[in-house]
Design a protein around this ligand. Sequence first.
Ligand code: NAG
Ligand code: NAG
Ligand code: NAG
Ligand code: NAG
Ligand code: NAG
Ligand code: NAG
Ligand code: NAG
Ligand code: NAG
Ligand code: NAG
Ligand code: NAG
Ligand code: NAG
Length: 779
Amino acid sequence: MASYNALDSHSPSPYGFTPYGSGDPYYHSSTGYIAPANNAKKYSSPWIKFGVPVGILVVAGAILAAVLATRHNHSASASASSGSSSSGSPAAASSAIGAKNAVGIFPTATDSEFMVPIYPSTTNAAAFSTPTFNPSDVALAWPADPFSPSNPDRPRLIAPQYKWDVLSNRIANDPYLKYWNDTIFGNATAYYSLPVVAYFMDGGSGILDNAREVKMRIKAFAYVARMTNDTKWVDRAWAEIQNAAGNGTTAFGPATDKWNSAHFLDTAEFSAAYGIAYDWLYDFWTPAQKSQMLFTLNLYGLQPGLSVYQAGSTFGWWSNGTYGNWNCVCNGGLTMAALAILGDDTTGNAAALLGYTINNAKQNCAQTVTPDGTNLETANYWYFATTGHAEMASSLVAAAGSDFGLFTVNQNFSLTGLYHMYVHGSTTLFEYGDHGPNKYSTTANAMFLYASQYDMPQYSLFQRDQVDAADPWSMFWYDPTISGAFWNGLPLDHAFNNNVDQWVSMRSSWTDVSALYVAMKAGTLMGHLTHGDLDCGDFVLDALGTRFAGELGSGDYNAPGYFAAETQNSTRWLYYRKRTEGQNTILVNQQNQLVTAQPTMTFGSSGTTQGSSTVFNAPVNSTAFAVFDLTSAYSAVTSFLRGVRLLNGRRQVLIQDEINATGTVMWRMHTNATIALGANSQSATLTRDGQTMIVTLLNAPSGAQFAVSNAVRLAGDPPLPANATDQPNPGVSVLSISLPAGQYSLQVLFNPQWPGLASSSYVTPPSVPLSSWSLTSHD
Ligand SMILES: *[C@@H]1O[C@H](CO)[C@@H](O)[C@H](O)[C@H]1NC(C)=O
Ligand SMILES: *[C@@H]1O[C@H](CO)[C@@H](O)[C@H](O)[C@H]1NC(C)=O
Ligand SMILES: *[C@@H]1O[C@H](CO)[C@@H](O)[C@H](O)[C@H]1NC(C)=O
Ligand SMILES: *[C@@H]1O[C@H](CO)[C@@H](O)[C@H](O)[C@H]1NC(C)=O
Ligand SMILES: *[C@@H]1O[C@H](CO)[C@@H](O)[C@H](O)[C@H]1NC(C)=O
Ligand SMILES: *[C@@H]1O[C@H](CO)[C@@H](O)[C@H](O)[C@H]1NC(C)=O
Ligand SMILES: *[C@@H]1O[C@H](CO)[C@@H](O)[C@H](O)[C@H]1NC(C)=O
Ligand SMILES: *[C@@H]1O[C@H](CO)[C@@H](O)[C@H](O)[C@H]1NC(C)=O
Ligand SMILES: *[C@@H]1O[C@H](CO)[C@@H](O)[C@H](O)[C@H]1NC(C)=O
Ligand SMILES: *[C@@H]1O[C@H](CO)[C@@H](O)[C@H](O)[C@H]1NC(C)=O
Ligand SMILES: *[C@@H]1O[C@H](CO)[C@@H](O)[C@H](O)[C@H]1NC(C)=O
């Protein structure tokens, strides 16, 4: 049993928000980055293909002289070439393949509401073993990275030729690769008969949906074309390419700046789509098609990109001190496009851009992961940041044999897969803050790349069962030598704790959609790229296959002032979904929390891990708790501690608030469940998806009782901007407790009504002050 106090309340922030440079703990002005983590895969043959020393590119950031016509005759690095696909025992290999195919894909279905995998209730110690890569499994292993000047130059992006050469064989021997290959073929077939993507300018998100949808289709068409040599896929890809150039049969945007550089994500994603098409289908294109693509890509993509770096453009804000998904997506798209055309590009734009984008992404994109692995923006924005980062790093490795430090410049980037796993509840994400635009070509499949890169096989085992796993990138990022189950040995609880993002994740099982899951956050309210909410103390709660306490999500990105600022009086904080009253926390004096909040957290866990079986019942004393000091988030509060803990072998949850307030106190929780109040309004019965949870107020202070209201702004709130409205929250109710100013201990007990659990088997916990909470304080 381990109990620890990860609190670091009195030391200054280890993680600042100043632009890269002096305030960035990872950025060294001389070298650009700190030493790689020990477990990170290293690359050592940078830029051999292009014959340009890495130093010129990375340190000086000078313009690259890109020459591809003649290969330089450098000797290939031998460091990564251990093993070969011709060695090893064929008999052992075929038996491993047999075992793997016998098990097949672990989950037997996908939950229809939440789209999460449903694992069979089964014990299979052999299959559900400790997560491991087995590189000696030569029949499944990718050939050891044979980066060499004698290899074919293309494809350069993501998928080098040596992987294509063995892909059919790997598909035949791995059930996941087989399933994804089939799915990608199916998806490409579905896209084939659709009209080309129609131009649609959506104010706040520009033409980003268009760009990502084109990229998604190009990936699928290019993959299938290469797997079949059937030129019908090439022709279909060409139709999208021409359409996005405005050369199709219908108009596509304005006469100039078609890729909407003012919202540069759009430009970058179109550039990536062009780069993929150009590179993966290189041998299929006619010279005329290539030159048309070069022209259009330079005009709408690379020239605006270069102006960001060379001309101080107004739309290049994302390149300056921005630790967010914008930097990853923008630099990633430009880099893929530049790598694709390097050597064919006579303008010099591609070479010049590579002199900027890589260093810039190291200083910005790579810092979007905080030291505990959390994404600085939100659980949903993690997808955009990691997709951009992974595509960029993987393309550099495939094209040039080096990630140029993108994987290692932030030594804790490797933890970001843990963030993704723990921020997933039993049903869906702990989706605090903004949810972002539609994903299309964006997935969580960077998990496969990071699994191999950082030797974290559980990332791959987790992701391969997810609904977005079937994607051309997965075919090359997934290492089929993997074995085991992600849950085997994985702690059920994790505290992510630095001053930017304290939050805690606790659950009763990793493999049961019905499991209990509770997550609660504090963290600073600024420094999240204007995607956060005023939500210290906010929580979600899953049980019985449904979400009982949930999030409202994004407001309207086009609403006036929605992205104005994170400062206290920002227009953003006038919208209900962003205000403190729109969160599952305590509202004091009906005022928003203070953006200057510096909360702290303590955490304890029994350290319970799940074993190999998917059937897991935690011991009765298995528990976890966290206590947040939220005093600094309020102006009308003398002290405020909020605690959350698991009870009764992870079957019940207690949330306890100890608050001393000079303004009114209002406990609030948002739910899609139907609420019925019990006797004297001391309890509430929540029903949703045919399941029930009883919420009880314990040791209620005088006057405390539950009430139910709609999820709408409160009377007396400051007005919205002219013409602005809040988005409706249909079906959402607010369970609340209202009290006058004073000092209170509010103890709210959540009892999911587990099938077969007698009412006498529920516990009523003792009343224990938060200062006395420990792993055994409620036994
Ligand atoms: C990939 O999937 C397609 C469609 O199901 C199938 O025809 C093809 O044989 C698969 N490729 C391999 C290598 O199995
Ligand atoms: C791809 O095909 C699968 C299986 O039919 C489907 O579930 C999925 O929604 C498709 N993906 C896209 C992006 O169309
Ligand atoms: C496609 O064509 C290339 C070049 O001719 C060849 O090497 C490859 O084997 C072909 N692939 C298929 C699936 O026919
Ligand atoms: C689109 O048309 C313009 C003008 O004719 C031409 O310069 C460009 O190469 C074309 N691009 C593509 C991708 O068709
Ligand atoms: C980058 O941002 C800093 C701080 O916000 C600002 O002082 C500087 O002028 C910006 N640089 C460029 C090139 O825009
Ligand atoms: C960041 O990584 C370092 C090195 O791996 C590790 O010692 C440290 O604990 C990590 N920080 C956090 C907050 O996990
Ligand atoms: C209600 O359900 C919708 C649709 O699933 C979901 O997006 C939202 O987050 C839920 N709201 C709450 C408060 O749980
Ligand atoms: C926010 O607005 C209020 C009311 O107008 C004002 O009293 C307060 O000083 C403002 N706070 C900040 C940080 O600007
Ligand atoms: C739970 O009980 C077991 C067996 O008595 C004991 O070994 C363990 O330390 C206890 N764990 C906690 C968190 O109290
Ligand atoms: C609660 O806060 C008030 C000041 O607002 C203070 O007078 C009182 O002592 C506090 N109560 C406790 C128990 O700290
Ligand atoms: C509000 O809407 C009206 C009618 O659409 C419009 O005339 C007016 O300019 C708008 N005001 C603002 C501030 O946007």
